[in-house]
Design a protein around this ligand. Structure first.
Ligand code: PLP
Length: 391
């Protein structure tokens, strides 16, 4: 074996106070919200489910409200109750409700709930009777996603039951909504078909007396690309965090990505050509090189599929992860470029400083950026920058 030269910069330059962090730009979230709100010129329900798409439920909620959001949307009731417990007072809708949901708690906290079926409405009505409060309800209609919502066959029965409950003062139907299957493909024929079914369903509901309900259909992609889906309110999520649901990069979309995922190198070493790197030795450098060890892995939400595929900014250039991503760590090959323990690397961010974007990572690991930002966590620490929504 040849004697390896000791490259400069292999001893630490600084400590590890920021070993691995997710930096969230609250001002970016507020600016994206304001831009979309201005574009649609109608109420905007900001979706902050799944811990604010991995950006933090409360900071994200406060930032979208600072940006002009009119209401908040979450999947499950616990998320809505957490918002209320933290003092958020705007309308909040929880739409993913199953049998036995604690609707009494929802009513006590003034949380709006969505209903898919007559049995669900009956549970809400029972809670309204039990608490003496009127439940604010959104009725969900399945227009072709075959996910939430009543089918066209079941819709008239649900509407009739809701109209009776509204006449009795037990519920106030404040929303009529559905969700698109193909909004990220704005010319797809299913969109016009779903809009048509939605119009029929909402007309039927209005004719049955549910005239005060806002109609809402548009997710982020539809909010950006499909004005004919905006109806009375839009319901974007991912775009608020600066990620383009249509797969574009930030420069094209005009959105400001709010999340930067970074870590610090904890060890560097010179190795000869041909060494095997990480489990299974799936990477072997062709020449003598410098390896850098990064202390995050799949337990922290860095997908294992990123091994040998996803790019990371290190020592001034993007480099694919060398070999497999492990539970707690992965390796980079930086060639002869200078790097030292403590130096920063960036997995993804806005892309403005040469780092990869979440879209680039999504392409590399064959997923969508939604999955990346909602999974990153584990031992990453979250740090907020910007002032939007900060008291
Ligand atoms: C998640 C979700 C949204 C937001 O979707 P984006 O693509 O992130 O804008 C809107 N409506 C429903 C029902 C959802 O589940």
């Amino acid at each position: 074996m040849t004697q390896l030269e000791q490259a400069p910069g292999q001893v630490p330059r600084r400590g590890l106070e920021n070993r691995a962090e997710v930096v969230v730009d609250l001002d970016a979230i507020a600016a994206n919200t304001a831009a979309l709100r201005e574009r649609v010129a109608r109420p905007l329900m900001a979706v902050v489910k799944a811990d604010g798409y991995g950006h933090g439920l409360l900071p994200a909620a406060r930032a979208v409200l600072a940006g002009g959001a009119d209401a908040l949307g979450v999947a499950v009731l616990e998320e809505a109750l957490a918002l209320r417990a933290a003092g958020v007072t705007v309308p909040v809708l929880a739409w993913l409700n199953g049998p036995g949901e604690d609707y009494a708690a929802a009513l006590a906290a003034d949380v709006e709930v969505s209903v898919n079926a007559e049995w669900g409405l009956a549970e809400v009505v029972a809670a309204a009777r039990g608490t003496g409060r009127t439940a604010r309800v959104h009725l969900s209609t399945d227009t072709g996603l075959s996910r939430e919502g009543a089918t066209p066959a079941d819709w008239p029965g649900l509407v009739a039951a809701a109209a009776r409950a509204q006449a009795d003062g037990e519920v106030a139907v404040v929303g009529l909504w559905s969700h698109l299957a193909y909004a990220d493909a704005p010319t797809h024929p299913t969109i016009a078909a779903q809009v048509r079914v939605f119009e029929e369903a909402t007309t039927l509901a209005r004719d049955a007396g549910l005239t005060d309900a806002r109609r809402h259909l548009a997710n982020s992609a539809a909010t950006i690309a499909l004005p004919n889906t905006w109806f009375d309110m839009v319901r974007p999520g991912v775009a608020l965090y600066g990620l383009d649901p249509l797969g574009g990069e930030p420069a094209q979309s005009g959105l400001r990505p709010a999340m930067t995922v970074q870590a610090r190198v904890i060890l560097t070493k010179r190795v000869p050509a041909g060494v095997g790197v990480s489990y299974g030795h799936t990477y072997q450098p062709a020449r003598e090189t410098t390896l850098a060890l990064v202390p995050v892995g799949y337990a922290d939400g860095v997908p294992r599929a990123a091994g040998n595929r996803a790019p990371v900014l290190a020592a001034g250039a993007q480099r694919p992860i060398a070999g497999r991503v492990c539970m707690d760590q992965f390796v980079l090959d930086v060639g002869d470029d200078p790097i030292a323990p403590g130096d920063p690397v960036v997995l993804w961010g806005p892309g403005a400083a040469g780092e990869p974007t979440a879209q680039q990572w999504a392409d590399a690991v064959d997923t969508i950026h939604y999955e990346l930002v909602t999974q990153v966590g584990g031992r990453f620490r979250r740090r907020y920058v910007g002032t939007a929504g900060v008291r």
